[in-house]
Structures are given as C-alpha cells and as structure tokens.
Design a protein around this ligand. Structure first.
Ligand code: SF4
Length: 449
C-alpha cells in the first residue's frame, strides 16, 4: 500500500485557503482592506471569529516551521508589539458590525502562553467592550506544556479560556532534547485531568512524526501514550524538513531522517493505533474522540477548516486576524499582515499599512474554494449544475481518479473518496484547482504525503 500511495506524493498546497496563501496578490492600499472588511459584514457566516498572532517563544525548537521568534530580551519591545496590536484593534474593530455575535477567539503563535497574561486579558477586554460573545463562544489558546503549571492554567481558565491545545510533539525525552524542545512540566495525563477539571473542552495534543532521530519503536510508544492519555483530539503532523527555508533545521541533519516511505509507514501505523484506541480519523491528520464536535461534524458532512485548523460553523465564522503575519479569512477575501514583528511594529507606529497581501475572491474562485474545502474535510462532494460548469476540466480530472480506486462516482454530480482516497485527499483536491500546473512547481509546496 505504501508504494501505491507514494505514487501520489506530489507537490501540492495544503489548501488551508484558496487560492493558496503564497499566491495572494500584494495589498493595494489600506482603503482596499477597509472596504473588504466592511463588505464582509453582510456576507456569510454572520458569526465572527478573531485570531491573534503572538509570534514569541521562550526558546526556539529546531524543527519549527512556524512564524515565530524569540521573546525579546527587553520588556519594552514586548510592550511595543502589544501596543501595535492594540492600535490595530482600535483601528479595525470599528469596521466590523458590532451586532454580529462573536463565537470564537483564538490565540496562536509562536507561543501565546509565553507572554504575560495581562496582554491577553487586555485583548479579550477590548473585544468584550465592543462585541457580544455567544454563550457557546470558544476562547482558545495554543500552549507549550513546558510553560504550563497548575497556577498558570487556572489563570487562563479564570480569564475565560475554555479550549486548549498542547504542543507535546513527542513523549520521548531524548527525541525532545535532540530537537531542542523542553518536555511538559506536568505529566500529560495530569495536565489533561486538570484541564478537564477547569472545564476546558476540545482539548488537543499535537504530535509530530518523522522528526530527526525519532525511531519507529519510540514513536509508536508516543502514540500509545497519547492514546492512553485520551485527549479529545490528537493532531498528528508530518515534520517537513526544509532547511533552505528554516535554517535552524540544518542542525538536525546530524540525526537520521526517515525516508518518505518510512514516514508514511509511521503515519499509517499510528492511524491504525489511534483507530483501535477508539478515535475517529478526521481530516488529513486528526484523531478525535467520537463525542468530540469535530467527529460529529464529519459524520454529518459539516466539517470545515481554516488557518487555525479543523472547525465547525457553530464556532467558526469569518476570521478577522490581528498581529504580525496574521491572515484574515473572510467570505469575499483574505488579507495578511507583514511577517516580521519588528516591521509590523514600525509600520503601525508610523501609521502606515501593515497589510502586505489582499486577495479578493472572484465568484468562480469561491466555488472552487468551497468545493476543495468540502472534499478535503468531508471526503465527498456533491455539486450543482452551475458549480460543475465552473469546476470544468477540474471536475473531469477528479472523476478520472475513479480508475485509480481513489473515489467512487455516485452520479455525474457526486463523488465520495474511498479509504485509499482519504489518505491522498490533497491529491484529489488538487484536481479541482485550475492553478494546478503552477502549484506543482517543485519547491513551492510541500509533498502531499
Ligand atoms: S514553541 Fe512552537 S512556535 Fe515556538 S519555536 Fe517551538 S514549535 Fe515553533
């Protein structure tokens, strides 16, 4: 099976957005960004999500592929970053209709749990002053478990956080040491028990497979321990070795790196182990408790996905994002801030535009975007006559994969991925993408497996 699947291991976007983020056009002006934000108020979904990017980490993990940087040595610089972020909120929040309900606030990074919590509290207070939070609103934070002890977790709960994701990455202390990552302060089971006592839900653990020096036996032990700890969700990410982009990864080349064949073996075995332990495989790389909202959404064909991960429409609306590199994901467009936090601060302080990209989405692109998202999340797709017309040759390319046993054609308008097809769902999605030739350029996107 591994050799069969590797036939489809081609370069493709992860399709977290459509068009993919690295094909977004340059932003024209602040007025353009203001117009698309204001116009989004009458579009769907009506509920509002906020994303705040906190790019700082206490320590740099050698494997990291995120937009992250070390916490500034001087408190002044941290204060400057947050002042810039507060100024961005003051400028842009009035563009969003305050009668729209807030159903989600997400803090990502970097390590949002590494900064003094007073900054996070001020962000939440600014939102609460202006908007009404829905009773089921999800307030989520990505945490590095090496920084979370009981008092700090209690503090987050008191501030209103109710969803948490822990970057465990691997349970093996030697692997963690090799890749420059500190282990969890609390034993993981204890961390989960405490999180539940404090009413956190949708508790997620991140694991990475294919890390340098990760042996097969040690990795499967990590999988076993993660399953035993039984969080609500486990995200199993593939390590992408791209030292020409992420220079720190060069230091990892002294350790053995698994081949694509071995990596796929790791993933397939872990997938079996999680399924045997009672988890449902959701999306490309998530394993969820059957009672978790993501498993339920999958069974109902209502799973969605955005830059923050898999989601449901009950919590995730149009996403308005703040901070360096943050991407707003609206029904009509995407807009993205400049990556480097120092430049973001300087631009904000000089009252200049911080947005570097703004991609307005055409009628046709919306149809393609929604089709790709639905197929990738729910592993099936039913289109209307008009949608089929817009998808054009892409729909025909997709149907042709029935010969490869990657999908079943239910009718001229409906397909469903097979078990094999779900393992290469990015390859299936890529068929619907008219930019396919461009996106396949070597080195622009990672491999689909
Ligand atoms: S803590 Fe997370 S974001 Fe920061 S360097 Fe490590 S992996 Fe990257």
């Amino acid at each position: 099976m591994i050799d069969f699947l590797l036939k489809y291991n081609t370069n493709a976007p992860r399709y977290t957005s459509y068009p993919p983020a690295n094909l977004f056009h340059a932003a024209e002006s602040k007025a353009q960004v203001e117009r698309i934000w204001r116009d989004s108020n009458v579009l769907k979904p009506q509920n509002v999500s906020f994303y705040f990017h906190i790019p700082f980490c206490k320590k740099r993990c050698l494997f990291c592929g995120c937009t992250a940087e070390l916490l500034p040595g001087k408190q002044d610089e941290l204060v400057r970053y947050f002042n810039a972020l507060f100024a961005e909120m003051d400028e842009k929040l009035p563009w969003i209709d305050a009668s729209r309900p807030v159903t989600q606030v997400h803090f990502g990074g970097g390590t949002p749990s590494a900064v003094p919590y007073s900054f996070l509290e001020k962000i939440l207070n600014k939102l609460r002053e202006r908007f009404t939070f829905a009773p089921h609103a999800e307030i989520a934070i990505e945490c590095n478990p090496s920084l979370i002890d009981e008092p700090r977790l209690r503090e987050l709960a008191q501030m209103g956080f109710n969803r948490v994701s822990y970057g465990i990455q691997d349970f093996d202390p030697q692997v963690l040491k090799n890749v420059g990552r500190d282990p969890s302060i609390l034993p993981v089971k204890e961390l989960l028990t405490l999180s539940r006592e404090l009413n956190f839900t949708g508790i997620n653990l991140d694991l990475i497979y294919g890390l340098p020096s990760q042996t097969e036996a040690a990795f499967y032990k990590s999988v076993e321990l993660a399953a035993e700890a039984h969080p609500d969700r486990i995200a199993l990410f593939s390590y992408a070795h791209v030292p020409w982009v992420k220079k720190a990864q060069k230091a990892l080349e002294k350790f053995p790196l698994p081949t694509p064949h071995e990596k796929l073996g790791f993933f397939l075995e872990a997938r079996d182990m999680f399924k045997k332990a009672g988890f449902v495989d959701v999306g490309m790389d998530h394993f969820c408790d059957p009672k978790d909202s993501l498993s339920i959404a999958l069974s109902e064909g209502l799973l969605h996905r955005n830059f923050q991960g898999y989601c449901t429409r009950a919590t995730t609306g149009e996403v308005y994002a703040f901070g360096s590199s943050a991407i707003s994901q609206l029904d009509n467009a995407y807009s993205q801030n400049i990556h480097e936090s120092r430049k973001y601060v300087e631009l904000q302080e000089a009252h200049q535009m911080t947005e570097i990209r703004c991609e307005e989405i055409s009628y046709e692109e919306r149809i393609i975007r929604d089709a790709i998202e639905h197929l990738m999340c729910n592993r099936k797709l039913k289109v209307l006559e008009e949608e089929k017309r817009v998808l054009g040759a892409g729909w025909d390319r997709l149907l042709a994969l029935e010969d490869d046993k990657l999908l079943v054609k239910k009718s001229d308008f409906e397909v469903e991925a097979t078990e094999l097809g779900t393992l290469v769902i990015r390859y299936l999605a890529m068929q619907l993408d008219p930019l396919m030739q461009k996106v396949q350029r070597e080195g622009v996107f990672s491999k689909t497996i």
